[in-house]
Design a protein around this ligand. Sequence first.
Ligand code: PLP
Length: 400
Amino acid sequence: MTIQYPSGRQFLQIPGPTNVPDRVLRAIARPTIDHRGPEFSRMIAEVLDGLKEIFKTSSHVVIFPSSGSGAWEASLVNTLSAGDKVLMFDIGHFSGLWGQVASKLGFDVHVAQDDWRRGVDPQVVEAELGKDRENQIKAVCVVHNETSTGVTTRVREIRKAMDRAGHPALLLVDTISSLGSIDFRHDEWGVDVTIGCSQKGLLLPPGLGFNAISEKALSASKSARFPKAYWDWAPILSQNANGFFPYTPATNLLYGLKESLQMLAEEGLGNVFARHRRHGEATRRAAEAWGLETVAVDPKEYSHSVTALYTPSGHSADAFRKAVLDHFNMPLGTGLGRLQDKIFRIGHLGDFNDLMLAGTLSGVEMGLDLAGVPHRKGGVAAALDYLATTAKGLATVSPL
Ligand code: PLP
C-alpha cells in the first residue's frame, strides 16, 4: 500500500541542496521590492560585506542568479582568452564536469591525475607546472570538496606547490560543497577565483552563484579576451558599487542570503566548521562500526560535509537508497559517474544538528537491514557515543 501523506518531515540527506531553515524561508517569503530602490541598495551592501567574511577575502565577490555551474563558467570566461590551456584533475564527477564546461567553451583542457579516492596531489601540480616552461597553463582548476567522493583537497598545499614551481597561472577553486561548512581562506591561501553557490553550506535554496575575485584575477579579467555578456564581472562590479545589478537580480534569494549570513555569524564561522568536523567524524565512526568503507582513503582528506560509502560488492547501493527513501522518506546522495550503484552519500552539511545526524544514521542502519546489505550492528551506537562524549565541551543552546 502506498501512503499518500508521509507524516513528519523529510530528512533531505543529499549533499545539497540542504535543508533550508525556517528563518531563511520566512525571509524569502517577503514581498519583492524594487531592485533599483534605496532599500535594495542598502541590503546589497550588507550582503556583499557578509559574503566577504564567508570567503575570507577583503577583495571582490560577485553574485549571479545561477546554479554553481554558471559560477564555474563565469570564473573561466572572465579570466581567460579563447584556446588558453587550463590544468584540471580527474578526481571525481564534479571535477570532470568542470573540465567538460571548459572543453565545451573551447579551452585547451589538460587533465592530470586519475584517482577518485584522493584529492588533488600538490606534487602532481608542482610537476605539471614545472614541465610548462613557456607558461602556457593559464589556470589551475581545483575542486576543494569533491561532493561525489567525500574527498577534500588541501588547497593551501596546492598554493604552496604553485609557488614552489614559480608558475604564474591563476588558481581557481570550486568551494560549492565546502563554503560555509569547511575552513576555506580565499586571501590567505592565495586563491584567485573562488566559485560558490547558495544551496549547500549557505542554507539557501538553489539559485545563486558566486565568484570571489583576487586583484590578480581582476587584472587578468581586464586583458582576457573571451567573449562574455551575462557572466561579465565588469558591469556587475561597477553597478554593485552603488548597490545595484546590471540585470534583474534574484531579489528574494538575496533576502534569504542576508538572513543566512546573519545566522552563520550568530553561530560563529569557527563553530560552524567545528560542527561539520564533528558530524563528519561521527558519521565515519558509524561507517566503521557497520564495516562499510569510505571512498576517501586519506584521513587528511576526509570531507566534513559529505561521507561517501561503498556498499559491499554485489549489493546495489541504489536498491539500498530506494529502500531508505520508500520506508523512511529520506533521500540519500546517489553514486555519480563511475561510482553509480556502488556507493551512497550522506550529506551532513548546512542547517544540521546532532539529533538530525542521529536520525539520519538510524535511517541508514535500518535501511541496510531492509535492503539486506551485509553489515555489523552498532553504527548508530558508535556515533551517539562520540556525539555524547564530545557534546560536553560545547556551548549549550539558550532558549529564545
Ligand atoms: N561543483 C561541485 C563540487 C558540486 O557539488 C556541484 C553540484 O552539486 C557543482 C559543482 C555543480 O553545481 P550546480 O549543480 O549548482 O550547477
